[in-house]
Design a protein around this ligand. Structure first.
Ligand code: SDX
Length: 431
């Protein structure tokens, strides 16, 4: 990319201001407006931050037009095919692929920290059995700061490292126990002889009454789902974690804030909403009715699992996820799954419809993940907890990067105020 011009000129009335510009290693140039208010007395206006770079980062790069997703420069399709989740965690956390020795040490560290403080079991019992697992995860992760005091000092690099490993290691246990609690089954403890994905599947689906063998194809598909959701630049939940962290809050509180944000159906909750939508559609015959609703300006209905703030061509994760869906469903002998039949037909119908092409609405990562998770036996309420589990490493990596950034300061956006100007109080007798 040719170097950006060193500055841009902004004219307001008779005044002209020089605003510096910066060139990235990839992606658009940026206009540095940090001194704009001080110089010109004006704010910029960008609700939803669609044109705003909130930070600089070296972790993940997305090219929405080309459908590119790089983690520390490595394309997501190569990582999904050749790597595995804990290796991608190492890459995101430390900046490069590990040597065999580094990977072994990292995997041992994570494996040996998967248990929760036993007293945390009582938090689960405080919830109703029908509590959404995301409500439980938000509460239990936030409560970790009440148990792991020796890793809450964000200014201590060792404590930041300990908190990072604890969160990555314990999130599968927290999520699996939220599921077990919701179905009234006993908690299954992690085992150190299992890999990360196999451990999670066993904690979710094993029961004390019998042995449980993890199917390696399901474990591989689970690990791939973790990898595909690991990080995604400055999305809503990552930005929430960064903003919460900017006040100096402890890492467990910040990750709990990220979980809360991810829960929304426009974000990580879309996989649950997508599968519920596919089930509501029910048959391929009803697809035209729902396509029409999605296009109707007067109908708030949207095709869940379609569209993306950044990807305006295709979501490279959806491409990989679709391959996994075919493998898992064939393995489970449910390739004739009616939900998958609706999903495939809906994708074809939407992609053939000019409305979706014009608005650049394509299947996103959530479109196929829900189909795989349901085929594996997860209830829809566990889809977003699995997304949160996967994204923990992304949140943590971005959190660590931000704290290490000397420019780090508390985030404090301003506003375009359209309310009442000052007026005097009116006594009730005179109203
Ligand atoms: C994730 O940011 C990330 O990186 C997120 C994520 C990650 O890994 O962290 O990738 C994970 O959140 C994926 C997105 C999951 N969400 C969904 O699948 C929910 C359904 N999608 C939509 O809510 C929507 O597409 C968004 C929120 C994802 C993105 O919306 P935008 O880009 O902010 O734009 P918009 O909402 O203003 O929509 C632009 C137009 C609108 O029509 P007009 O007002 O221009 O006439 O497209 C329409 C919208 O009505 N539109 C849709 C649609 N999504 C947008 N119409 C029908 N169905 C849809 N799904």
């Amino acid at each position: 990319m040719a170097d950006a011009p060193k500055s841009a000129k902004l004219s307001i009335g008779d005044d002209t201001y020089d605003l510096p510009m910066h060139s990235p290693t990839a992606g658009p140039d940026v206009l540095d407006i940090r001194k704009l208010y001080g110089q010109a007395g004006v704010f910029t206006y960008d609700p939803g931050y669609t044109s705003t770079a909130s930070c600089d980062s070296t972790i993940t790069f997305i090219d929405g037009d080309k459908g590119v997703l790089l983690h520390r420069g490595y394309p997501i399709d190569q990582l999904a095919e050749k790597s595995h989740y804990l290796e991608v965690c190492y890459l995101l956390l430390y900046g490069d692929l590990p040597s065999a020795k580094q990977l072994e040490e990292f995997e041992n560290l994570v494996t040996n920290h998967t248990m929760l403080h036993e007293q945390m079991v009582y938090f689960y019992r405080g919830f109703r059995r029908d509590a959404h697992p995301m409500a439980i995860m938000t509460g239990v992760v936030g409560a970790m700061s009440a148990f792991y005091h020796d890793s809450t000092d964000i200014h201590d690099a060792h404590q930041r490292e300990v908190a990072s490993i604890r969160l990555i290691a314990k999130m599968p246990t927290i999520a699996a126990w939220a599921y077990k609690f919701s179905i009234g089954q006993p908690f299954i403890y992690p085992r150190n002889d299992l890999d990360y994905a196999s451990n999670f599947l066993r904690m979710c689906f094993a029961v004390p009454a019998e042995d449980y063998e993890v199917n390696p194809i399901l474990s591989r598909a689970m690990d791939r789902i973790f990898t595909l959701h690991a990080d995604h630049e400055q999305n809503a939940s990552t930005s929430t974690v960064r903003l919460a962290s900017s006040s100096g809050a402890n890492p467990f509180a910040c990750i709990a804030a990220g979980i809360a944000c991810l829960w929304g159906p426009a974000h990580g909750g879309a996989n649950q909403a997508c599968l519920e939508m596919l089930k509501e559609i029910g048959s391929v015959e009803r697809i035209p009715e729902f396509i029409a609703r999605a296009k109707d300006k007067n109908d708030p209905f949207r095709l869940m699992g379609f569209g993306h703030r950044v990807y305006k061509n295709f979501d490279p994760r959806a491409t990989v996820m679709k391959q996994s869906a075919d493998e898992v469903l064939e393995l489970l002998g449910v390739e004739n799954n009616p939900v998958l039949a609706v999903a495939k037909e809906l994708e074809q119908a939407a992609l053939a419809d000019p409305y979706f092409a014009e608005k650049k609405l394509f299947p996103n990562v959530d479109f196929y993940s829900g189909v795989i998770l349901e085929a594996m036996g997860f209830p829809t309420s566990m889809f977003t907890p699995i997304f949160a589990l996967s994204r923990t490493v992304g949140w943590i990596s971005q959190w660590k990067e931000m704290i290490a950034d000397p420019q780090n300061k508390i985030g404090r956006p301003r506003q375009l105020y359209l309310g009442e100007t000052q007026r005097d109080y009116v006594d009730i007798e005179r109203r």
